[in-house]
Design a protein around this ligand. Structure first.
Ligand code: KIV
Length: 286
């Protein structure tokens, strides 16, 4: 793992202090090259378990193994120098008990060099948030729509669109803030509810499909670049890279089929033999 000591990385306490301040900017990153491009422009990079769908073609985040998270997180840490790197704990790696969560989260911290982990869940994960935070592992929580629970919640629909549904989400936010989370992702929550939670707790809220009132915003990079085949309503596509890649591939295929590629500028021409070598070759006849 290479480290540039001239640049100080953003830390979890830095993010914690940003409550109510200038909005926190975050994007997901799964590999070194994109991490390098994003790093100067964001406060934190999330190695999200959405990499299961984006990079590996799974239908949900449920199958993602811990080893895969670690491998992608290592690449993102190597590709970045200043943003905080937060790594998602995948389904099955932390729910069983605080001790299991600690063992796996400590492995993530040691083997990747990241600065924090993220876990899904509110009230029922508060004890784990406290256990990790008190033992040197900064925790970002994730409440609202929690994709790892898709098999029990049934759908990826937004939450809290009826006021009668608000109370559990507000309790979740208060519980994890009180337990020591340094920030919390609010995913796919009704706008008014997300704004209200942001006012109710003293840690930064990071919205995704939530509210402009949140203390920061995050998107999945590939979604906002127009690379993902289908995206939720809350994704603004800032580029259409998918269409650009297809046009480039079509151009390459056409050039190969007509032998237009590789033309002379993309091949290695022969050098003239150096005089000494020519002489020796002649003498030995080899
Ligand atoms: O895995 C992920 O990309 C996430 C974001 C949706 C916040 O958790």
């Amino acid at each position: 793992m290479s480290q540039d000591f001239s640049v100080r990385r953003v830390t979890a306490p830095d993010i914690r202090k940003r409550k109510g301040g200038p909005p926190i900017v975050a994007l997901t990153a799964y590999h070194a090259h994109t991490a390098r491009i994003i790093d100067p422009h964001v406060d934190f990079l999330l190695v999200g378990d959405s990499l299961g769908m984006v990079m590996h073609g799974y239908e949900t985040t449920v199958p993602v193994p811990l080893d895969l998270m670690i491998m992608h997180a290592q690449a993102v840490v190597r590709g970045s120098t200043r943003a905080l790197v937060v790594v998602d704990m995948p389904f099955g790696s932390y729910e069983e008990s605080p001790a299991v969560a600690f063992r796996n989260a400590a492995r993530v911290m040691k083997e990747t060099g990241c600065g924090a982990v993220k876990i899904e869940g509110g009230v029922h994960m508060a004890e784990t948030v406290r256990y990790l935070s008190e033992r040197g592992i900064p925790v970002m929580s994730h409440i609202g729509l929690t994709p790892q629970a898709v098999n029990t919640i049934g759908t990826f629909q937004p939450r809290g669109r009826y006021r009668s549904e608000w109370a559990p989400y507000e309790e979740d936010a208060k519980a994890i803030a009180e337990a020591g989370a340094f920030a919390v992702v609010l995913e796919a929550l009704a706008e008014l509810l997300a704004a209200r939670i942001t006012k109710q707790i003293d840690i930064p809220t990071i919205g995704i499909g939530a509210s402009a009132e949140c203390d920061g915003q995050i998107l999945v990079l590939e979604d906002m670049l127009g690379l993902s085949p289908r995206v939720p309503k809350f994704v603004k596509e800032y580029a259409k890279i998918g269409a650009g890649i297809e046009a480039a591939v079509k151009g390459f295929a056409a050039d190969v089929r007509t032998r237009a590629f590789p033309s002379a500028e993309y091949t290695y021409p022969m050098f003239d033999e150096p005089a000494a070598v020519t002489k020796k070759t002649k003498m030995t006849g080899s």
